[in-house]
Design a binder for this molecule. Structure first.
Ligand SMILES: [Zn+2]
Length: 165
């Protein structure tokens, strides 16, 4: 609980500094959205965020949600994942903990990778002239389910082909 409050305070402070630097207004909506985002574990869409705000009985327009998430991405407090999906997928940057994802090229399924090897190679990377804000790895390929479906399809095609000849 204590640790969570510290993260909330830290990100609120960073967002405040960002808004001051950009000469933007520090509205209570913007900070309420930031708080809600930092209470969501893992990835979320604008629709999920809208639901979270509704559950808190805090009314904000969808436009405000879009604009605020854009500002939070610029402020380095939120990432927008480059996943192929109908809605944008976001995730908070709670700390500098590296994260890795594997994405299926076929069905666009996204799964979190828990690999010690990937984590340790992130740990070994300390650039001297580049200040790192966050570390994310994306691995693209074909998921097990799609692989099975592709093999099945191939087998069927081969059988049909053999019957034809
Ligand atoms: Zn797949």
């Amino acid at each position: 609980m204590g640790e969570k409050n510290t993260i909330q305070e830290t990100v609120a402070h960073r967002f405040k500094q960002f808004l001051i630097a950009k000469r933007l207004r520090q509205t209570k909506e913007r900070f309420a959205i930031l708080r809600a985002i930092y209470d969501i574990e893992g990835t979320f869409t604008i629709e999920d965020l809208e639901q979270t705000m509704q559950n808190r009985r805090f009314h904000v327009s969808t436009g405000t949600l879009y604009l605020t998430t854009q500002l939070l991405v610029q402020a380095n407090l939120l990432i927008r994942h480059p996943f192929s999906s109908t809605s944008a997928i976001f995730e908070r940057i709670a700390d500098d903990r590296p994260r890795s994802y594997q994405i299926c090229n076929n069905c666009h399924l996204v799964t979190r990778i828990k690999s010690k090897e990937l984590a340790s190679s992130f740990d070994c990377y300390h650039p001297r002239t580049f200040s790192v804000s966050h570390r994310i790895a994306y691995v693209y390929g074909i998921c097990a389910k799609c692989n099975r479906a592709i093999h099945k399809q191939l087998k069927l095609a081969q059988q049909t082909n053999n019957q034809d000849h």
